[in-house]
Design a protein around this ligand. Structure first.
Ligand code: ATP
Ligand code: MG
Length: 418
């Protein structure tokens, strides 16, 4: 038997219902906030990720699925969604049109990670990107949009952790100060952090291994290294968040795993026990220089991405998941009844009724069981004797009441009773 690859999973049964619900709310909310759907390729030129996510990021150094196609092109399965959206924005010269563009995407991403709770190798990210506005109100809108969307999904007690990475100059002076501070403690940090101090010192603050270390807790704060302009900008974002009633907490150690972020960075955290080790349900920030890194003009952008497996994990705790539902299940035994079943199912479906029927020549008893499993409201029980009199039996699956309806009135009857 061939099994699924490690770190992948099938979305079936209850998981499929949860994903349908999540996707439905996402679609509804994105329409509501006027975000356009965008779909970009599942694989892109490897260079796109090396340049955007950054050669020293964890994702590029150890998590990408790289391959060559038959013509020797170097390609990478997408590990995240932003780089593809920005590539498309530049390639299609959208920067020349009306701005900002507000996009959302929802699709699978690939990272070679150690699988665990809410952590997979193939996983699904929903994300939004706003390209072409540096208005602090857009930072606040993107954050509050995520916050409200997760509330709508049933999450409670969400916290937004927020920090300001500032401009390149303040980040550079902070990096130097951080390295100076960490140098004497370096042997007490994990092996990865000992490398990061040379390649990507800010990422040390995001280390999962050393997360509780007092060395990191006492590190200098990036907020003390900001220019006035950057500080004012951050305070304005916080002010707008207060107007929008978003519960936030400034976290001076918050940095993101990807290299392209500047200014506002944030995470939305859920306290649910089931998300232990994977409590960040949504993470993002501003990336005002990424378009230039990818050879486009400078365009300020902000976005977030959310891991939907974590959201799905949480749904078990926050509510009972919807059950499958069918308006009508049609039952039959012989060929004459079967033909009636097929035409009746088609007519009902054309009238907007959700219908299914037995397709394996099952016994009546098994058909009753199937109808229950599918959550049928009404059963249409076809039998030749009734049909010869021009009648059709309809049973209410909840009250178990049965009525015989004239064949010519069955569509109207069902439409007005489901
Ligand atoms: P983490 O710190 O948990 O590794 P990250 O910094 O790598 O996350 P991002 O690249 O910012 O995460 O991705 C945004 C979101 O995507 C995460 O907050 C999480 O919800 C989800 N995510 C990231 N990696 C995985 C994975 N391997 N499996 C499932 N979801 C993931
Ligand atoms: Mg990660």
């Amino acid at each position: 038997m061939i099994l699924k690859p490690k770190g992948c999973y099938d979305v079936i049964d209850k998981e499929a219902l949860k994903f349908k619900k999540i996707n439905r709310i996402i679609e509804y909310y994105c329409d509501f906030y006027n975000y356009e759907y965008i779909r970009t390729p599942l694989f892109e030129a490897s260079d796109l990720y090396h340049r955007s996510v950054g050669d020293t990021s964890d994702i590029v150094t150890k998590e990408t699925y790289d391959f060559e196609d038959r013509s020797g092109r170097k390609l990478t399965l997408r590990p995240e969604g932003t780089a593809g959206v920005v590539r498309s924005f530049i390639e299609n010269k959208m920067y020349g049109g009306s701005l900002p563009r507000k996009f959302y995407y929802n699709g699978t991403m690939y990272r070679y990670e150690r699988p665990g709770n809410g952590r997979n190798r193939e996983f699904t990210q929903f994300g939004v990107e706003v390209l072409g506005s540096n208005d602090e109100a857009i930072d606040a809108e993107v954050i509050s949009f995520g916050y409200r969307l997760f509330e709508e999904l049933g999450f409670k007690d969400l916290t937004v952790k927020i920090n300001n990475l500032g401009d390149k100059k303040s980040r550079e002076s902070y990096k130097n100060a951080l390295v100076e501070y960490l140098k004497p403690h370096i042997n007490d940090l994990c092996a990865d952090c000992q490398k990061r101090i040379k390649t990507n010192p800010l990422r040390i603050l995001d280390c999962k291994v050393d997360a509780e270390s007092s060395i990191l807790k006492n590190a200098p704060s990036i907020l003390d290294y900001q220019s006035k302009e950057s500080n004012d900008r951050f305070n304005k974002v916080l002010e707008y968040l207060r107007y929008l009633d978003v519960d936030y907490e400034v976290d001076k150690t918050l940095v993101r795993g990807l290299d392209y972020y500047d200014y506002t960075v944030f995470e939305i955290i859920s306290p649910l026990e089931v998300l232990k080790g994977a409590s960040t349900i949504c993470a993002g920030g501003r990336y005002n220089n990424l378009t230039e890194v990818l050879d486009g003009p400078q365009v300020p952008c902000i976005g977030f991405a959310s891991g939907l497996e974590r959201v799905s994990l949480a749904l078990d705790e926050i509510e009972t998941v919807e059950k499958p539902r069918l308006d009508v299940y049609i039952m039959y035994i012989n060929e004459e009844e079967k033909i009636k079943c097929l035409t009746l199912a088609q007519d009902l479906r054309n009238s907007g009724v959700c219908v299914d029927y037995n397709s394996l020549g099952k016994s009546l008893k098994s058909q009753f069981k199937d109808a229950d499993r599918m959550g049928a409201d009404k059963l249409i029980i076809l039998n030749s004797e009734d049909l010869n009199k021009g009648l059709i039996t309809v049973k209410d699956n909840l009250t178990k009441e049965e009525v015989k309806i004239d064949e010519n009135e069955i569509i109207d009857y069902i439409v007005s009773n489901v």
